[in-house]
Structures are given as C-alpha cells and as structure tokens.
Design a protein around this ligand. Structure first.
Ligand code: GLA
Ligand code: ZN
Length: 665
C-alpha cells in the first residue's frame, strides 16, 4: 500500500478516551493506513529515571493493529524529560558562543555525551524488546530531524580525536589548513577550539572540518540508536530529514538507513513571490535529491495538509494544493504521503499548526480533500517500488556549499546558489526530462547529461570522473564558480575549473560580482552549434573565461568584457562540454536543454510542455508510469501524444490547475 497518514501524538489527550475513538473513525473514513507515533513521548515512557511505563504506548499499538493501521515507531531522543538534564547537565548543549543551555524546547541534546547516549540506548533497546515484533509496527523512525551542534568540552575532545585520525601530524594539518595565514599555527590537536564568534570564525578550513565533524558525530549518534533498535528487531530504519538543511551533510546518513524519508513544507502561494511553478520545481528538486540518495523510493514523512504555524504567513492551501503537493512527492519517487499531523494539538507551540483533523469534530474541507487523495493513492498502488530513472543528473554537494558560502568573496551579498540550481533544474524539467540531484560521489554512468552548477569545491577524484564521463560520450555542463578549491578550501594551483581545462577548452580567469538587480545581456554567435538565437540576461556573478579551443555560443553584450564568451561548447573525445560563465536566466536553460535533447536524440518524457506543467516517469515491474501535473495556474489542453497509455488518474484532455494525470505505458 501507499503509506497514507502521519505524525500522531495522542499522549496530548491521554485523559480523554473519546478522542482516540473519534480519530480512528475519521482515519477509516479518509483511508488512513499509517501513523508515526512516540516521537516526543519520552517523559511518558520513563517518568522517572529507569522506571519504564509503556502501558499507554502498548494499548495504542494494540488498538491501531486491531484497526488495521500500521505504525512507524519513533525512538524518543528528539526531546528528553526534564529529570534527565536536571540530574545530568552534561546532556545540555553548549552554543558556539560558549553559553551553556538550560532545559527547554527539543532537538537540543549533546550528541557526544556518554550519559545521553546511554539513556537513549537503554530506552531504545527497551522499546525494541517490547515492540520490535509488534504486528502494527512496520518501521523505525529514528529520532526526529537530527540537527544543530554542541561545543561542550566533551564535543571539543571528540573533535580533537577525530582530527587526529584524519591528519599525519599537527604540521600536516597546519599545512592543509593554510594556517601560516595570520600566524595561526597550532602546536597540538588539543589546542584547537571549535569555531566561535568569540574566537576563530574566519579560518575556512577549521569551519569546514568542524561541520564535517558535526555530521560525523550525529551519524555516529544515529548509528548507536540504530544498533539499539536492531538488538531485538530487524524492521527497516529511517530518519526524517529536512528541506535544504545545511547543518548536516545528509549524504553521510544514507548508508545507515534502509530507506530515506524527509519532511516537506513548501510555501505554496507565498514563496517565490507566489509563483507556484517555482515552488513546485524547488520542491521537486528536493524530492529528486532524496530519491537519488539510494536510487530507490523514499517516503514523504511529513507535510502539512493545511497551513503551518511557523512560516511568515499561515497561508491556507487553496483547493487542490494538498493533493498536488502530495502527488508531486509520489511522482518523484515517494511510496507514501504522510502529514504532520493527524490532529491539531490543544495547546503548546504548535497548536495552530495544520492537521488532518481539528478539534471541532466536524467534517472539514481538509477531511474531504484527504478522502479524495486517499482514493487516488489507492489507485496508484502498482506504482509502489518503481522509481524514476532520469537521463540527466545535477551535482549538489553540501560540503561544497559550506565552503562556498563560508568564504569571503566574491559576493558577500549572496551567491544565489539555490536560485541558480533551480534554473538549471527548471530548464531540464521544462524540456521534458526528469533529473537526479546527486552527491559528487554518485555513479554518473546512467546519465546522458551531467550538470555541475556552481560546484565550488572539487573533492579529490571528482575532476577525473567528470573527465571520463565526457571522454566516454557524456554531455557535461559546468557553470561559473566551479572547481575553484580543494577539500580544505585552498585554491587549486594552475588552471581552473580544476582538472577540466582540456575538457572545457578554457580556463576561468576573472570573476565579476554585479549589484543586486543589475544585469548583463548575452548576444548569440551567428550560426552557433546550439542554434540559440535569443538574447538572454545574466546577473549576480560573471566570469570572464580565457578561451583556448572552446567554441563561443553566447557573448557578453555589455561592460568591459562585452564581446567575450559567456557560454561555450567544446568537443572532447567522444563527448561534449558546455561552460556557462554567469548566472543565466531561466529561459536560457530551457533553450539549452531543449537543443541538447534534439541534437543528441534524447527522448524526453513529454514534448512541448507549457511553463508550469511537469512530466515525471516512474519505471519498474515492466511498466512506465507517467505523471503530468499542472502548477501553472491555468487550464492546459494536452495534446493526444501526452494522453497516451492507460489512464490511472484524471479525466479528459484538460489538465486544470493543481490537477494530476497518471498514465501507465
Ligand atoms: C518538523 C517536526 C515536527 C513539527 C513540524 C511542524 O518537521 O519534525 O515535529 O514540528 O516540523 O511543521
Ligand atoms: Zn557536547
């Protein structure tokens, strides 16, 4: 079954037995089949140190099982009881400014603290022993949205030992970090302080290594939790990740997890100046990142059926938006649609957060829309287990972004990384292709087109792999501000993008930062190889490449670099490469990829899609499932070629705003 349900926290109304009955009645009405429980229940499970009371959870799981509702069972480490930090203050975090925190909120434990690790291990094992074979439970939901960092003495010590394991000696570290600058030579690993606003915040290599350590330590903490639940249970494990979260490199979590899940809260109707085409694309790009982590279906673990309470505006979802957002996740590889949350809280910080059920007890618009969605998810059951297999990949690397955004220059007012990435992505999607958004370590062999947008850091070995991808016949597209530094944020000597000047037929020379709102214009070279004829705008950052053997496609139209190439093409062995030296407008990427598809005989999923209509394809079990979705805000008449195949969802040939058609081919 497609999982359908969400986070359920009934310990909030533990004294009112009628609520559970009422909720279950509504769950059946909406076709709910799965809930995630126990996420924030620790103080109920262990009211005093060492005294476990699982009676409420046990009766809840029994009841859910009787009702045919499955459970993602959470480990409760995301929020701890008060007694724990009162008795063991070491579990509290220390902030980067070295202030020690006091009890409050959630997601705030020291992930190094042996006491916290031990308390979590004990309760996780106890839960696993008690419920690891419970018939209602289908998966482990490990903790909740891991994140943040701790600078306590325990974490400092762990950081030192971790660094020690990574370098031959302290002088090796000093050299790799370029510590001769400002006379910042360290004489031992123990003398290194984590980055701080009251100390060292301007050593890029230190900042980068600290972030890597935070990821390492969080994964290590998670692995201990996984080990604990595995003691008595072999159910699949996941942890819920967040949108574009830069506190951790999520790629490092993937190997420990059986399936990927994430929490998705797009600002429909208000984000990107209310342009839902951009919201939809931005969101899809994130789904594609999570799917590509394992090249397998993932689970949309949280989403909001109504309005959130933490975004600038609690903007209600217009008719059809909840369904469109949910089916967008499925179109991109989710085998389920789960919400935060099943029922409104009565009090507390999230009492105004949207939910499937409210406290009125009445039939609501949300319930009606959820019922329809539930029926559609049932109709999509054969899609389960299939996956998107795009011919295009886009590299997105959190480590590179840490380094790029942590550096001073070339544009401290904003590099517009995600905006640039989204333009690339939209160009591929509007040309009718699906895309994988991949880490630099991902295998490239399945792709015809590989895009490297603003990949400032090339980790060891990457340039060689990009070279062979192109040499073997791939189409490589590299944009500005790529291949500049190594893993320690030191500039590569010689020509850059590092290792690619032969492949690209040029080198990066200068880079110009433009004012906010300022634009340059590009002029097509007559008879250029891509057949581009329009003038496009470019902005934010403009590189001036020194071109050797590459063919200019577009030239800058203004400024002192007027007439110099901004887009080039270069044949390299069996493949071809393109260099895009500035942040180009959205239309350019549409025209670029449409031309590449045409020239290289690549078969798109759909042709001639109007802006805001997206096509995706899930493949498997000898079938292909085509999803067409309309985020344009207008009715769209679809041509007969698009309507081909056995219809699973939708009627007629007009795709209305926020509607989805699904075909089996
Ligand atoms: C996150 C958390 C949930 C809840 C929602 C609210 O995703 O995991 O517990 O706070 O946000 O949107
Ligand atoms: Zn700590």
């Amino acid at each position: 079954m497609m999982l359908f349900g969400g986070d359920y926290n009934p310990e909030q109304w533990i004294d009112d037995k009628n609520v559970l009955d009422e909720d279950i009645r509504r769950f059946h009405e909406m076709g709910i089949n799965t809930v995630s429980v126990n996420i924030f229940s620790w103080s109920f499970l262990e009211p005093e140190e060492g005294r476990y009371d699982f009676s409420f959870l046990s009766s809840l799981l029994d009841r859910l099982y009787e009702e045919g509702i499955s459970v993602n069972l959470a480990t409760p480490s995301g929020a701890r009881p008060k007694w724990l930090s009162d008795k063991y203050p070491e579990v509290l975090r220390v902030r980067e400014d070295r202030t020690k925190m006091i009890f409050g909120e959630r997601h705030n434990h020291c992930y190094t603290s042996p006491v916290y690790r031990e308390k979590v291990r004990l309760i996780d094992e106890a839960l696993s022993k008690e419920f690891g074979h419970h018939k209602a439970v289908i998966a482990w939901h490990i903790s909740n949205e891991y994140g943040g960092e701790c600078h306590c003495p325990l974490c400092q010590e762990a950081f030192h030992r971790w660094l020690e394991g990574r370098y031959d000696s302290i002088s090796d570290l000093n050299r790799k970090w370029n510590n001769a600058f400002w006379s910042h030579i360290y004489d031992s690993f123990d003398s290194i302080d984590s980055p701080s606003s009251i100390g060292e915040s301007k050593n890029p290599a230190l900042s980068l290594e600290w972030k890597r350590f935070v990821t390492h330590q969080t994964v290590d903490f998670m692995n201990e939790e996984i080990k604990a639940v595995r003691k008595y249970s072999d159910l699949p494990v996941t942890t819920n990740m967040m949108y574009d979260y830069l506190g951790l490199d999520y790629q490092a979590f993937s190997d420990s997890l059986d399936f990927i899940s994430w929490d998705n809260y797009p600002a429909w109707g208000t984000g990107f100046d209310g342009d839902d085409v951009l919201v939809a694309a931005d969101n899809a790009m994130e789904h594609d990142y999570y799917r590509a982590m394992k090249d397998k279906p993932f689970i949309l673990m949280e989403s909001c059926p109504e309005a959130t309470n933490w975004q600038p505006l609690s903007h209600l979802k217009r008719h059809g938006v909840m369904e469109a957002a949910s089916l967008e996740a499925v179109a991109h590889g989710s085998d389920g649609v789960l919400f935060f949350q099943m029922r409104h809280g009565r009090g507390g910080y999230e009492k105004f957060h949207g939910a499937l059920l409210d406290s009125s007890g009445c039939e609501t618009r949300t319930i009606r829309e959820a019922r329809t969605l539930g029926n559609k998810l049932t109709a999509l059951k054969d899609v389960i287990g299939t996956v998107n297999k795009p011919v295009a990949g886009i590299i997105r690397d959190t480590e590179s972004r840490w380094a790029m955004e942590g550096s001073a220059g070339p544009r401290n007012k904003g590099l517009h990384y995600r905006d640039n990435l989204r333009r690339v992505y939209l160009g591929l999607r509007s040309s009718g292709l699906d895309a994988d958004v991949i880490g630099p370590e991902h295998d490239f062999s399945a792709y015809r087109i590989l895009v490297v947008p603003m990949l400032y850091m090339f980790r060891a070995g990457l340039a060689e792999r990009l070279e062979s991808f192109t040499a073997d016949g791939g189409i490589l597209v590299v944009t500005h501000w790529s291949g500049v530094v190594d893993e320690y944020d030191s500039i590569y000597p010689g020509k850059t993008p590092y290792g690619l000047s032969e492949v690209l037929g040029l080198r990066r020379a200068e880079i110009d930062a433009l004012q906010d709102g300022a634009e340059n214009v590009t002029i097509p070279v007559a008879g250029n190889g891509l057949g581009l004829r329009k003038n496009y705008t470019c902005s934010v950052l403009s590189e001036i490449p020194e071109v050797y053997s590459a063919e200019p496609i577009l030239l800058y139209g203004n400024d002192f670099y007027k007439g110099l190439p901004v887009v080039t093409e270069h044949d390299y062995k069996k493949g071809r490469s393109y260099y895009i030296a500035s942040m180009m407008e959205e239309d350019f990427y549409h025209d670029l990829f449409s031309s590449l598809i045409e020239k290289n005989g690549i078969e798109p999923i759909a042709k001639a899609l109007p802006r805001g209509v997206f096509a995706s394809e899930r493949i498997g079990n000898g079938k292909r499932y085509i999803f067409l979705q309309n985020f344009s805000g207008n009715d769209v008449l679809l041509s007969s070629s698009l309507l081909n195949g056995k219809r699973i969802i939708g009627d007629g040939d007009i795709l209305k705003p926020y509607d989805t058609f699904v075909f089996e081919r």
